[in-house]
Design a protein around this ligand. Structure first.
Ligand code: NAI
Length: 320
């Protein structure tokens, strides 16, 4: 703060025609209606490292200006699996914060309901039937967003399914194929189509939904866990390969989240699940959506290749 106060004093003394020195919270990088940082740097003839310090201070201040924090105004986003659970919460959160959202799913009626919910809250959204296990569908999804809104900036790849419980050695091949096609290959289809477009513009941000089950072995879910581990690795690969192209790729690994499939379980089973969590409760879909939104936002502009656990501390427990 001392730097800011000194700066304000110097501006007031050297450029009285500015009326008054800008408050730190009024600094904008780029299109500000006050004095942009480069101009302040020019006035003061301060060296680049000083202006970097100032930039950091202003970024911190923008963080504190809650009105614009995690704003998606003017952004276009795709949310796969947006018709239910974590995807639905993500689509609604992004739309509530200004994004135009393409809800991509195989569940048409539920997808239409999510769009209608968003629109009746004043947001903007469309639904498209997309089976992520089809490479063609993934490409059409990206084209549809661009055709509808003229651009695409963000993608949350949330669609995924759980597996019929089994052990590794006697799992049906059809189970392996189904899980791999949707949870792993489907993620690749979406990432590839999104990156292909992001390369033609000035970048973009992607968040893939993995799982805590992709970070340690869990009983009864071999294919699911292997697919989700693959999603985490694919995220790292994307982050490294496309950093120079302005594309950020991160993943979120949720713990146990109280989505519709879990809500449909008998109360005593749900209570047992909750009791097994370190905080005595499951997570809510919105709590994952918030992590996804942060990773997609400009506030995470230097975050890429991260697999962000959002699990209420579950991963820190010793396996039973
Ligand atoms: P959900 O079943 O409520 O939502 C998944 C959505 O994906 C549904 O709308 C479904 O229609 C859609 N979907 C399924 N197959 C699809 C396909 N081939 N193409 C397009 N859309 C498809 O599930 P939930 O719980 O919200 O899960 C979302 C993601 O979070 C999944 O990737 C899941 O593996 C992951 N996850 C969930 C956890 C939980 O406790 N609920 C824990 C860890 C990860």
């Amino acid at each position: 703060m001392r730097t800011a106060q000194t700066l304000q004093r110097v501006v007031a003394q050297t450029r009285p025609e500015l009326g008054r020195a800008p408050q730190l919270h009024e600094c904008r990088q780029g299109k500000g209606d006050r004095i942009p940082i480069p101009e302040i740097a020019g006035i003061l003839e301060i060296r680049p490292h000083t202006s970097t310090v100032l930039g950091v201070l202003c970024a911190w201040n923008s963080f504190q200006r809650k009105g614009n924090f995690m704003s998606f105004d003017g952004k276009v986003a795709i949310v796969t699996g947006g018709a239910s659970g974590i995807g639905e919460a993500t689509a609604k959160l992004l739309a509530a914060r200004g994004a135009r959202v393409l809800v991509a799913d195989v569940s048409d009626a539920a997808g239409a309901r999510v769009v209608s919910d968003i629109e009746s809250s004043g947001g903007s959204a469309r639904y498209l039937h997309v089976d992520v296990s089809s490479r063609d569908d993934a490409r059409k999804m990206v084209h549809h967003a661009i055709e509808t809104w003229g651009d695409l900036h963000l993608a949350a790849n949330v669609a995924g399914i759980g597996q019929t419980p089994s052990r590794l050695h006697d799992m049906a091949e059809s189970t392996w194929d189904l899980i791999m096609n949707i949870d792993l290959k489907g993620m690749w289809h979406c990432m590839a189509a999104e990156i292909d477009y992001f390369l033609s513009r000035d970048g973009g941000a992607i968040v893939n939904v993995a799982s805590g089950a992709g970070m340690r072995a869990t009983v009864g879910q071999p294919a699911y866990g292997i697919a989700k581990a693959g999603v985490i690795q694919m995220t790292r690969q994307g982050a490294l390969e496309y950093a120079k192209d302005g594309i950020r790729v991160n993943s979120v690994a949720p713990g146990l989240i109280d989505t519709p499939a879990v809500k449909a379980l008998p109360d005593d089973v749900r209570a047992l699940y909750a009791a097994g969590q370190p905080g005595g409760r499951m997570g809510e879909p919105l709590e994952i959506a918030q992590t996804i939104a942060w990773l997609l936002s400009d506030e995470a502009s230097f975050v890429s290749g991260l697999n962000h656990l959002t699990d209420g501390g579950w991963f820190q427990m010793s396996p039973a």
